[in-house]
Design a protein around this ligand. Sequence first.
Ligand code: ADP
Ligand code: MG
Length: 631
Amino acid sequence: MKRIALLSQRLANQIAAGEVVERPASVVKELLENSVDAGASRIDVEVEQGGSKLIRIRDDGQGINKEDLALALSRHATSKIADLDDLENIASLGFRGEALASISSVSRLLLASRSVDATETGGWQVEAAGQEMTPTLAPAAHPQGTTVEVRDLFFNTPARKKFLRTENTEFGRIDEVVKRLALSRFELAFSLRHNQRTVHQLQAAQSMQEKQRRIGLVCGPAFLEHAVYIDIEASGLRLWGWVCLPTFSRSQPDLQYFYVNGRVIRDKLVSHAVKQAYRDVLFHGRHPAFVLYLELQPALVDVNVHPTKHEVRFRDQRLVHDFLFRSLHKALADVRPADHMEPALEAAGMGADGQRRVESPAQQVPLGLRLDESTGELYAPPDASGAARSAAATGGWSATAAGSGGGDRGGWRPGASPVASLAEQAALYQRLSEDAEVPPLGYALAQLHGVYILAQNQNGLIVVDMHAAHERITYEHMKTASDNQSIKAQPLLVPISIAVSRAEAECAEAQADELATLGFDIARVADESVIVRQVPSILARADIEQLVRDVLADVREHGRSERISAYRDELLSTMACHGSVRANRQLSIAEMNALLRDMERTERSGQCNHGRPTWVYQSMSDLDKLFLRGQ
Ligand code: ADP
Ligand code: MG
């Protein structure tokens, strides 16, 4: 039998390194975090051969005392926390005291520093290689701050080295780490060099414009063109940053940056809330793009749940989930056509002070649909405006736009022709030249091939997919109508008994009230069995057993379930699709204008129910470029 023995310190560090130091990028992450914690104002990163030959990180932070240099390399040595209270209120990125020890156990490490407190000139350095010897202290010429040099990563752990990918792939990951950190500390200057070539050179960013410039450098200029700036505070939580419109979606989740108190995280709860918020507007299988910052009291979030600190645990999961979901959902719903026609600065929702918040739009003008309380059906009352009547699920855009508000203030004769008559065009030009306030989507000129509406505003032309646009308007309207009545429940003729896990049964018992507000009557009848007596009527024909399992899983994980409303939205969306103007239906100019005005005031009108764009815009300068004018 084998005897038990304490691991050597070196082996213990190498085992710990397995968790923390997976690849060159993880070394860069740890070292960058140390520089940030040291209060640096600029950080220079130099990498050779994808980081496996050399990683050198230099900062101008507060440095390390000569006496502490060797200690910094030992495991469980940190200056960041002293007791458990510190851990609960942690403000630094590091606290585990194992990064330098782990890295030095699998590489040749040199740590040179000069502390703010140093009295003598010059600095000091220690060297360690695979922690075979105790590090020796030597004087070094070093300005205030710290340099860490990591050479020959994994030279003594060949198994690890085999897992490394090509130089380019590894460097790509390092680049990503630097970018992630650069977005979390605008006030820091960064540079990144690979094989003697400068890859990034980011100046410290203070003003909103400078911050946006950094966002553009890191996420690409297109990101900003499609982003809305938000800043929302509620119940002690603050969420700010940039969210992209659903039409700027990605095939990969590669433009998603989320920070909790300045820490980059990838968290299930966060991605779930974000996904929910985009549910209704994102094209199937696409991923949203965002750079978002969540701020809350440090004590309300546990960062010590994962060695690389990528995951966190919120004390009140449900509160955070709801806050994220609601804030983003609202931000996306509030976007109006005018928001993304302006130059980048404006598109990001910022005024000259760079601080404008997304505000709730003026009260929505209802399209005129009514909800029949007894049947729960939507209908258009006889006196409703033309637009309203068409929005009823009966379909078809109406003949008159009178009373639809917005742009149609006299001067417009509803005509049957899909092309503006000469008189109408004359009136249009008149209006464009006089009207200080041309609506964002402008005025209709013609219908193209029975599918698109061609319109012009003060600065260019707009093409609208009329079916897609009408579909969204109808859909949003039906949702509002259905939101105003609570969920109807329907008793099952034959109650269904379902075998569930003990945890699920406990959840059904504990969350009976929550489930009842969703329209369910679920009772626990045994340790691992529940009986369903009543379900929301809208779901009466669904697979009840699967649905109940899903809902219980949601409620357990997130404290709530959006499944009912998701299902409802799906139904309404199908209805809206069938009830909306089909291609090849001729619209009069007045009808087209009415549709444009409705789009301007409808939530999420930039995307149809399937996430496709409903309109595109070309400014005069876009057009000039197409024709090489003025070049
Ligand atoms: P941790 O960051 O969890 O404290 P590390 O192993 O990463 O653990 O670093 C150990 C200690 O070394 C830190 O607590 C800090 O005092 C010191 N240190 C590391 N890097 C730097 C740096 N760039 N500037 C100043 N001090 C540093
Ligand atoms: Mg650290």
